[in-house]
Each structure stands twice: as C-alpha cells, then as structure tokens.
Design a protein. Structure first.
Lengths: 65, 133
C-alpha cells in the first residue's frame, strides 16, 4: 500500500516537474516532445484511479466480520 | 460523492426501502444500457423529434444517470461494508463490478440481482427487517 502511494505521488510529481521545465526552460521543449506532458498526466490519473480501486478492494477484503 | 458514501448506515441496506431502491435502479440500468447497445444511433437524436419528445428523452437521461450513480455507490458500499459471501465470491464480484464499469452500472446491476437481493431477502424471510451488522 505504501509503495503504491509512493508511485501515485511520484507520477504526479513527474507531471508537475515536466510542466515546470516546459514553462521555465524553452531549451527543454526543444529536446522533449510536448506530448509527453499529456502522457504523464494520463498515466498519473490512471495510477491514481488504480490506487483508489485497490484501496476499496483492501477495505472490503480486510474488514472485520 | 464522499458524503453520499457515508450518508447511510450499514443496517439501512437490509431494509425494504433500500432493496426496492436498488432493485429499481438495477432494472433501469439494465434497460438503459441494453437499449443504448441495440437501438440505432438515430434513436433519441433531437433533430427527429418534437420538443415534448426531446424533453422526455432528457428526463430519461437524468433518470439513467441518477440510477447509475445510486446503484454504483450503493453496491460498492454494500460490497465493502456488508457483503457476507465467501471471500472468493467477493473477489469475483469486485472484478465483475470493476469490469462492468465499461458499461457503467451493468456489473453493479448483476451484483445487485445475484448477490445483494438474495442476501437481503434472506433477512426478510427470517421475519426481521434488519439483519447482519
């Protein structure tokens, strides 16, 4: 669970960092295609959705009878 | 959404009003999803109908959205907090509901008919309006 949460946070951080690099350093965008930002955002959303589903699953399977 | 999730107590799922609400929602979801699958795309297209008919379709759309939300939140909440089935059955039903999201509440409707209603009806046949937790 902790690892999963770390992956969620890292994916959002990567998205934010990429956006900041794009805006702050024009040279960065010459080397990295701008579609990367959309891809990172999509991956971060997907990972977050999976994390919530896993959280729900754990809550259901581990509840006390 | 979160407040809806925590709005009702677990015991409420075993009442007749809850059973009626979820069964009605499940029937509506099945009808709407199947009609969306099999009716031609031109069906319900505003250009072909009068204003009154369009209003009718709009109301049906609202009903469809509401019944899906009620069913999805209700069935996931029941699965998490109340379901008394064996663990393997619960795992399978969770997968069915998640995969069923591809057709909105269709998986939750199946869960409602096969798992929720029998468990709740067992409580009714015992003569109590509430069973379980």
């Amino acid at each position: 669970m902790r690892t999963f949460r770390a992956v969620v946070i890292l994916s959002w951080l990567a998205t934010a960092l990429n956006l900041i690099l794009f805006m702050a350093f024009p040279a960065y965008s010459r080397h990295v295609p701008y579609e990367i930002e959309g891809l990172l955002f999509f991956v971060a959303l997907l990972v977050f959705a999976l994390y919530k589903v896993y959280q729900l699953y754990r809550a259901g399977m581990n509840r006390s009878k | 959404m979160l407040s809806l999730w925590k709005y009702v107590r677990n015991e409420w799922f075993y009442t007749k009003s809850a059973a009626f609400l979820f069964t009605t929602s499940a029937i509506l979801v099945v009808i709407f999803v199947l009609s969306a699958e099999f009716l031609p795309d031109s069906f319900g297209n505003g250009a072909n109908y009068s204003a009154a008919q369009q209003a009718g379709f709009a109301l049906l759309g609202i009903l469809f959205g509401t019944s899906n939300i009620i069913l999805l939140i209700g069935m996931f909440r029941f699965w998490v907090a109340c379901d008394q089935s064996r663990p393997i059955a619960r795992k399978i039903w969770f997968a069915v509901m998640i995969v069923g999201l591809l057709r909105l509440g269709l998986g939750a409707a199946a869960y409602c008919f096969v798992a929720y209603i029998p468990q709740v009806a067992r409580g009714f046949s015992k003569g109590s309006s509430t069973v379980g937790t």
